[in-house]
Ligand binder design. Structure first.
Ligand code: AHG
Ligand code: MN
Ligand code: MN
Length: 388
């Protein structure tokens, strides 16, 4: 080992740096860690000709600066949801291979048949959130009551999570896309395990929301109120990678998504709107396309990317609508608004509805702004008093 001009030993290296003398003092120097932004990372990687990837975990850390007073709890919560969804994805993917298909024979509190995967997904998210320590109360489509979290690691938990663990579950058996929807609030109660009042906040108070669609690819899409970003799961590395940055929904679209089998039970305004969609009119690119999968997440996701409107109105059979406000409509309403779209119950903004019941239902119209406004116009123009 040689010596530097100041007499200190030179460290031998086996790289291009071996000609550079490194003093012990310099080697011990502590460099402050700087979190690079995505464009900065791209500048570094580009000359190396390496395909850049931004994983969900990296992205969450980068975006933490959008919450100057946050100590990283929300980031950890989102990370926990991402991990649980990867496990659910694994089970959904192999659903055809193992004896996990079919009904459990039980019904959930909505009186609907529960598929095994609904229960599995519910347990996965619940376990991840209990163990994660950031969630003070958990509520789910599959649980009659809230689950206040009492756990030594959760004593400082500030967040409330409501979830539809498996959306579109009637599609599982036929290998059609299903999803998970999640909604996150800050607690309003002071401390201790969370309360029902923490869950019954207006959707406009959500701090984050999103969904996972288990489709031909699996994607996680979420917002924290600063735009919408989408991540595609790369199964070869087991990571969600940023694939759809800053999603914007087209202001207008040519797709309408509604269960037309219920047509006879729809309000006048919706019937007239459907006829409007089907009418030929070249200047407005009609007739529109009808697309309805029967998994809200999958229908919503397609319309978010392509432009369109998803409608689940009140019907004679479901006078309050079918879909649930707290864990289906509010989170997707937050996402669509953040992407430049609109979400309404036909008359009012979804995010301003005051929830009174954990499992309450609401009619819903969400998607491209102009299309939602058109549906609202039809409902106003063709009222049917007494329908409800
Ligand atoms: P879930 O599987 O969570 O109960 O949700 C099913 C929902 C939603 O995903 C879908 O849009 C809607 O039910 C379909 O209902 P219809 O079969 O009445 O059209
Ligand atoms: Mn659902
Ligand atoms: Mn469900």
């Amino acid at each position: 080992m040689g010596a530097t001009p100041d007499g200190l030993p030179v460290q031998q290296q086996h790289s291009i740096e071996e000609t550079i003398p490194v003093t012990q003092a310099a080697a011990k120097q502590v460099h402050p860690v700087k979190v690079l932004s995505w464009p900065e990372k791209l500048t570094l990687i580009k000359p190396m000709n390496i395909q850049p990837i931004n994983t969900l975990g990296q992205f969450i850390i980068e975006r933490q600066s959008e919450f100057p007073y946050s100590k990283g709890q929300l980031s950890r919560l989102l990370r926990d949801i991402g991990i649980a969804s990867k496990i659910v994805n694994r089970e959904v993917n192999k659903a055809g291979l193992v004896n996990i298909l079919g009904d459990t024979g039980e019904t959930n509190i909505q009186g609907e048949k529960v598929k095994k995967l609904d229960l599995f997904a519910n347990e996965q998210f619940k376990a991840a959130l209990i163990a994660g320590g950031e969630c003070c109360v958990f509520a789910s489509e599959e649980e009659e009551d809230i689950l206040p979290i009492e756990n030594p690691v959760s004593v400082d938990a500030k967040y409330v999570v409501m979830i539809d663990p498996l959306d579109g579950s009637s599609n599982i058996d036929v290998n059609v896309s299903v999803g998970t929807i999640f909604s996150i609030y800050r607690r309003v109660s002071e401390n201790g395990p969370g309360l029902l009042s923490d869950c019954l906040q207006k959707g406009m108070h959500q701090v984050a929301a999103g969904y996972v669609v288990y489709g031909s690819s699996t994607m996680l899409v979420y917002t924290t109120g600063h735009g919408v970003n989408g991540f595609t799961l790369d199964p070869s590395i087991g990571e969600f990678c940023l694939s759809h940055p800053n999603i914007r929904i087209p202001e207008d679209g040519k797709i309408y998504s509604v269960n037309e089998g219920n047509y006879i039970h729809f309000p006048q305004g919706i019937k007239k709107y459907i006829k409007y969609c089907q009418a030929y009119d070249e200047p407005s690119s009609r007739a529109y396309n009808s697309r309805y999968i029967g998994s809200m997440v999958a229908d919503f996701h397609r319309n978010l990317l392509k432009g369109g409107v998803f409608i689940y109105p009140v019907t004679g059979k479901a006078p309050k609508g079918k879909l649930r406000l707290c864990y289906e409509c509010n989170p997707l309403a937050f996402v669509v608004e953040q992407a430049g779209g609109k979400a309404s119950d036909g008359y009012h903004r979804i995010l301003e509805i005051e929830p009174t019941d954990l499992h309450q239902r609401t009619p819903v119209v969400l998607g491209s702004k102009k299309m939602v406004e058109k549906v609202e116009w039809f409902l106003k123009e063709f009222p049917d008093p007494g329908f409800f």
